[in-house]
Ligand binder design. Structure first.
Ligand code: COA
Length: 163
């Protein structure tokens, strides 16, 4: 069982550690992820970055997700980061974090979630994760990150049920 809650200052170090442990992110990418965490922690009034942590029964930080409204678009949200510590992977935590933010976005009358990732072979599991979560590949920008490393854009349109 996990509990999903808002990010607090003591979560910063465990998140830095789990981002490193995944082996998926460069030092620069981790710096950017931590910058967003710092924005979130320092400015309680900002609404650009919303961050939630998945906490295990033993109160460990098992994973986290960072998303926010896409500037200038209406009802569109970007998922900026999602990561689960290797020892907690394949237990459905990523799926729970993703469906949690989908509910949040829906609650804010959002209609579209965008996720970007790399085409590198090591991201095959990540791509599978998005596809299994009903995201569709909407675009591919060839050689975006570097030669041979494309930018993949996954999308999910949320359907609102009128009551
Ligand atoms: C992608 C990630 C967040 C998934 O989190 P997770 O908690 O392991 O995922 P879940 O257990 O909820 O898996 C949901 C489904 O995704 C797919 N999936 C997840 N990890 C997979 C893997 N390593 N290989 C193949 N499919 C995978 C499976 O279909 C899985 O369902 P199943 O376990 O019933 O087969 C996690 O693997 C991770 O942190 N990866 C490294 C960082 C990363 O790539 N982040 C995204 C880029 S910003």
């Amino acid at each position: 069982m996990i509990n999903i809650r808002t990010l607090q200052a003591p979560d910063r170090a465990p998140i830095a550690a789990l981002l490193r442990e995944t082996g998926f992110f460069t030092g620069k990418e981790i710096d950017v992820a931590l910058e967003l965490i710092d924005v979130y922690l320092k400015d309680k009034n900002q609404k650009d970055y919303l961050i939630y942590v998945a906490e295990s029964d033993g109160r460990e930080v098992a994973g986290y997700v960072c998303y926010g409204p896409t500037p200038v678009a209406e009802g569109t949200y970007d998922l900026y980061w999602i990561a689960v510590a290797p020892r907690f992977q394949r237990h459905g935590i990523g799926k729970q974090l993703l469906s949690f933010i989908e509910q949040e976005v829906q609650g804010q009358s959002g209609r579209l979630i965008i996720i970007e990732t790399s085409s590198q072979e090591k991201y095959g599991s990540t791509q599978n994760f998005y596809l299994r979560s009903q995201y569709e590949l909407a675009a591919r920008i060839k050689d975006y990150y570097r030669a041979g490393d494309d930018r993949l854009i996954f999308v999910k349109y949320l359907h609102h049920h009128k009551t």
